[in-house]
Design a protein around this ligand. Structure first.
Ligand SMILES: NC(=O)c1ccc[n+]([C@@H]2O[C@H](COP(=O)([O-])OP(=O)(O)OC[C@H]3O[C@@H](n4cnc5c(N)ncnc54)[C@H](O)[C@@H]3O)[C@@H](O)[C@H]2O)c1
Ligand SMILES: [Zn+2]
Length: 694
């Protein structure tokens, strides 16, 4: 075919337009997603229709760009968009077999993709395609859901918006909901959007700016209406004795309860926890109506998988005796499990996915706060955000009406939806240390830092504890976000400091599973030169320090009832006898025997206690960099930078030992393969015959 320049420029124009459409869609999505009032994390979706050139025919085709499954509007990028041929998605109406089989349409979306189609199309794709307007936003704003979950939501919607926003009765998201909304749009040319009963809102516009303005207008109008018309105390009057404890007491109480609660949440499968004492939550729990409302459960369809249909609520005031609280929680947990199993049995059909555990994912403790759970820290944190959304929704709805979320059978149809189950089945296999919460002492440097880094890489949440807060936080930040690692300050030789660090760890991730006693220092001197202060310092940090850390963390491990691991970084010197090392080597032998003693004592709680004997780890070690390495190098007559290689030549394997090799041994001991091993020491020394264990 001869080259046709006119056609080239038509293609350029189509490409430019497509580019602009995508750019505007992302700008709008990011703006709407950035505000938690507008939509919950990863909730809602946006779309735009436009034209592009079909690379096969050279003709112009109409496309739909729509946020794909998963991902969050606030951080949406082009990779998160599904791209479909509009004519083909709309043609699905011709083969649509009816609401009973609407889920089949999701697989049909794959036959509507443009090219590879980008991200996987979500269940809401039909809504975006079938609505005629070029730009569509579907959002889960607290104020919108408050109207959507009010007992008289339909009348309220008419009262608030007149005929500009139309009520759509609840229906599970899917093809039929898309048809419903499209029919409303066609029948109401004056309308700019809908309130979706029991769910959220959908707004549209001819341009991207118009759609965004309409979304904002609906949300802000709903917010204003709720603010201006609410009764004074939507959650009822304050309850006697349920006022929040002062902050320090509240945190201490939360830390004391956290291990018990994590044990409860992890009965069926281990969970990571998140704690929040946000004012919204404390106020809700301080008021008369909270038990009734909490029992009604959360509202938005996005919530159930993350929050379960309802939370577990402690029915005792914050000043109740801790033992009584623990006993009561055990009763409430049992009742919760029975109740959840009954809910499952009431609604499950032969084709339903298996029950996914009967433990609560949200636990509310009046006067103290909210504990939420998930497969990792981010999921646990988002479950908490969702419950805050739910509290806001309940406040809004109760302020102007009565909170009336969708009924239990519909909640079940969402929670155990085959499409959701398929999504869960597609998730990657969890990493070996997923859900494990680790505390590593002395982890701002050397071996400890390598251990913390490796544990996080294997899926653990890690608490980096060290003398200096800034260094601990910097080491944690180098590992990952605060959903992965946090830094805390602790001098392990100070019991109060250790207790405070353990509390912080427990509040950060909900509990503890894996403790590494690594903090240490080395003063290498002959007997006659070793001062009393040298002796005391070595023993305070390493013998007493590990004792204090083991004691404070064992309290948590025992209260959780989930077993656990304690690992001591002892040393070759715990068994090897050489000159000029009396204080260091003696205290390393002390640590090594702590391993055996605690293995004997903690076995009945399922807690394994093991040790590692490293030797000659020069690179990255603060101990060697702090002058000791220079001294050893001088003794052996080698340049300091060759000390590691020099040590390597003394080993059986002739290999230099690095911090990462010690970290690997910690993983071997804790990641599951050595599940039946306790009281063991693993040498990581490249082979030193004089330090063989026998
Ligand atoms: N480097 C080796 O060859 C070697 C060999 C055998 C055993 N070890 C042991 O490994 C552990 C780590 O040593 P490294 O070589 O990585 O040294 P390092 O100096 O690089 O790291 C030790 C960390 O412990 C911290 N620390 C010291 N006192 C503390 C206290 N009171 N409370 C909290 N943190 C404290 C330090 O601030 C430092 O960050 C030590 O127990 C050491 O005895 C090291
Ligand atoms: Zn939705």
């Amino acid at each position: 075919m001869p080259h046709d320049p006119a056609r080239d420029s038509a293609q350029d124009t189509a490409r430019d337009t497509a580019h602009e459409v995508v750019r505007d869609l992302l700008t709008r999505s990011n703006a709407l997603g950035a505000d938690p009032r507008f939509t919950n994390y990863a909730g809602g979706n946006t779309s735009a229709k436009g034209t592009a050139t079909d690379p096969v025919t050279g003709a112009e085709v109409e496309l739909l760009w729509v946020k794909g499954s998963g991902g969050d509007l606030g951080t949406l990028t082009e990779d998160g968009l599904a791209v479909l041929r509009l004519d083909r998605v709309r043609a699905l109406t011709g083969v649509y077999p009816g609401v009973e089989r609407e889920d089949e349409m999701v697989a049909a979306f794959d036959f509507c993709l443009h090219g590879k189609g980008g991200a996987a199309p979500s269940i809401d794709t039909a809504m975006h395609a079938l609505v005629g307007a070029a730009h569509v936003d579907h959002l889960h704003p607290d104020a919108g859901i408050a109207l959507a979950c009010a007992a008289d939501g339909e009348e309220l919607t008419a009262k608030v918006f007149g005929d500009k926003v139309v009520w759509v009765p609840w229906r599970r998201p899917g093809f039929q909901l898309g048809l419903d909304i499209a029919a409303i749009e066609a029948a109401n040319p004056q309308a700019v959007g809908t309130v979706l009963g029991g769910h959220g809102i959908t707004a549209w516009g001819g341009t991207s700016e118009e759609a965004e303005a309409n979304s904002r207008w609906i949300i802000e109008t709903a917010e204003r209406f709720l603010a201006e018309n609410s009764v004074a105390e939507p959650f009822g009057p304050l309850l006697d004795g349920y006022a929040p404890l002062p902050r320090a007491e509240r945190r201490a109480r939360a830390a004391a309860l956290a291990p018990v609660l994590r044990g409860i949440a992890s009965h069926d499968r281990p969970q990571v926890g998140h704690f929040s004492d946000a004012d919204v939550v404390l106020d809700f729990l301080a008021r008369e109506q909270h038990p009734r409302l909490a029992a009604l459960g959360t509202s938005c369809p996005d919530h159930f998988l993350r929050t379960k249909v309802k939370p577990l609520v402690l029915d005792l005031p914050p000043t109740a005796d801790l033992e009584r609280v623990t006993a009561r929680l055990a009763e409430l947990h049992e009742a919760y499990r029975r109740d959840y199993q009954a809910y499952y049995d009431r609604h499950a059909t032969p084709g339903s996915p298996a029950i996914r555990g009967a433990d609560p994912l949200v636990v509310l403790v009046p006067g103290v706060g909210m504990f939420t759970y998930g497969k990792d820290a981010q999921t646990a944190r988002v479950a908490g955000e969702f419950y805050v959304n739910a509290v806001n929704v309940m406040r809004g709805a109760e302020g102007v009406s009565t909170y009336a979320p969708i009924d239990e059978a519909e909640k079940f149809r969402i929670e155990y939806w085959a499409l959701e189950e398929a999504k869960l089945a597609r998730l990657p296999r969890p990493r070996p240390l997923a859900t494990r919460i680790a505390l590593v002492t002395g982890a701002a440097s050397g071996i400890g830092k390598a251990i913390a880094t490796r544990l996080a890489a294997e899926g653990a949440c890690v608490v980096v504890a060290d003398l200096d807060l800034e260094k601990a936080q910097a080491a944690a930040a180098a590992i990952g976000s605060t959903d992965v690692a946090v830094g805390v300050a602790a001098d392990v030789s100070d019991a109060a400091a250790v207790a405070a660090a353990v509390d912080e760890a427990v509040l950060a991730f909900g509990g503890l599973d894996l403790v590494v006693n690594n903090a240490g220092l080395s003063i290498s001197k002959p007997l006659l030169e070793t001062t009393e202060a040298d002796w005391d310092l070595q023993h305070d940090v390493m013998a007493k320090g590990s004792f204090l850390v083991s004691q404070a963390t064992a309290r948590v491990l025992i209260a959780q009832g989930l077993g656990g691991d304690v690992v001591y970084i002892s040393s070759k010197n715990s068994v090897f006898a050489g000159p000029n090392n009396i204080a260091y080597s003696a205290v390393k032998a002390d640590q090594a025997h702590q391993v055996r003693l605690l293995a004997a004592e903690l076995g009945e709680h399922g807690i394994k206690v093991n040790g590692i004997n490293p030797d000659g780890v020069v690179r990255g070690s603060g101990i060697f960099a702090g002058g000791w390495g220079a001294k050893r190098a001088a003794v052996y007559g080698v340049p300091e930078e060759e000390l590691g290689a020099y040590y390597a030549q003394r080993t059986l394997l002739k290999r230099e030992v690095l911090p990462e090799h010690v970290a690997a041994a910690v993983v071997v001991l804790t990641a599951g393969e050595l599940s039946h091993t306790t009281g063991l020491h693993i040498p990581v020394d490249a082979g030193v015959a004089a330090a063989f264990l026998r």
